[in-house]
Design a protein around this ligand. Structure first.
Ligand SMILES: C[S@@+](CC[C@H](N)C(=O)[O-])C[C@H]1O[C@@H](n2cnc3c(N)ncnc32)[C@H](O)[C@@H]1O
Length: 268
């Protein structure tokens, strides 16, 4: 097939759903038809937030679980179960999700709505009272910190308590570590800042909806410099934000020098 025809076909496949469906039906393209099911994302809102992650953040969390395939996931802050539901859709069937909350409504929703998920366990107690037995003495591969707390110490003390229970490559995701830009506000965000006494303004244009999540992240960065940190924040849209943490580690290679470096690093 000449290059011009190839490029025209490719353009059709890249830009038209109809051409893609035809090509699939005719067997012209061979692809994995088992696309991930994302239908549940219609339950998530991008702008009018009720505590859960934004729709686009939810998509990111879904992808990270699909990519990394953590065996044990722990969530602090179940609320109405939006985070849990997303993890359950993304997780492997032999993975397990443990979710903590202290509110009665969370308990009611978890026990009445999530009872068919065999790889889910709701734990009705404060994250600060975490015990390894709660999670069947497993090591945590993915930890989602999304409890709304009155002070950053509750998050920080929980983090320190949980450290020995993290697996070697554990990933931590802290929700609500970002700020909102005033220029992107919808009515909901205006009302939120008024309701919360306007205390979260960093400047005339930038608002922090959850200051304690940010203070917590800063405390971890200050004390635990062996953790790599990436902030998924944006000034180009309303973004509650997620900060990812993972222990710093050199990648093993077949080279002796590199492995020596890895060894020295692990001794420090
Ligand atoms: C922002 S909501 C969580 C949203 C949830 N992850 C979701 O995706 O829908 C915060 C939740 O944290 C819970 N919470 C507050 N303090 C807590 C604590 N010490 N331990 C566990 N959960 C806590 C609250 O009851 C509330 O339901």
């Amino acid at each position: 097939m000449n290059q011009l025809i190839r490029n025209t076909l490719r353009k059709g496949l890249y830009t038209s759903n109809i051409i893609r469906s035809f090509a699939l039906k005719l067997g012209l393209i061979k692809t994995d038809l088992k696309s991930p099911h994302l239908g549940h994302l219609s339950l998530y809102n991008e702008y009018y937030l009720r505590g859960a992650a934004q729709k686009e953040e939810t998509l990111f969390l879904f992808s990270i679980i699909k990519m990394v395939r953590p065996s044990i996931i722990v969530e602090f802050g179940f609320s109405r179960g939006h985070g849990s539901l997303n993890f359950l859709y993304a997780m492997d069937h032999d993975s397990k999700l443990y979710s903590y909350d202290i509110s009665d409504i969370a308990k009611e929703i978890a026990t009445s709505t999530f009872n068919d998920f065999t790889n889910f366990k709701y734990i009705h107690k404060s994250m600060l009272d975490f015990l390894p037995e709660d999670i069947d003495n497993n090591k945590i591969d993915f930890l989602y910190m999304d409890a709304v707390v009155d002070n950053d110490s509750l998050n920080f003390d929980t983090f320190e308590k949980i450290l020995p229970n993290l697996s070697e490559n554990a990933i931590l995701a802290v929700h609500d570590s970002g700020t909102w830009q005033k220029k992107h506000f919808h009515e909901f965000h205006k009302e939120y800042t008024v309701k919360h006494g306007g205390k979260g303004w960093i400047s005339d244009e930038e608002y922090q909806p959850r200051p304690n999540q940010r203070k917590f992240v800063n405390r971890v960065m200050e004390k635990y410099q062996d953790f790599e940190i990436i902030h998924l924040h944006s000034e180009r849209t309303i973004r509650c934000g997620i900060t990812l943490l993972q222990k710093r580690k050199f990648l093993k290679t077949a080279s002796k020098e590199n492995d020596q470096l890895t060894h020295e690093l692990s001794l420090n």
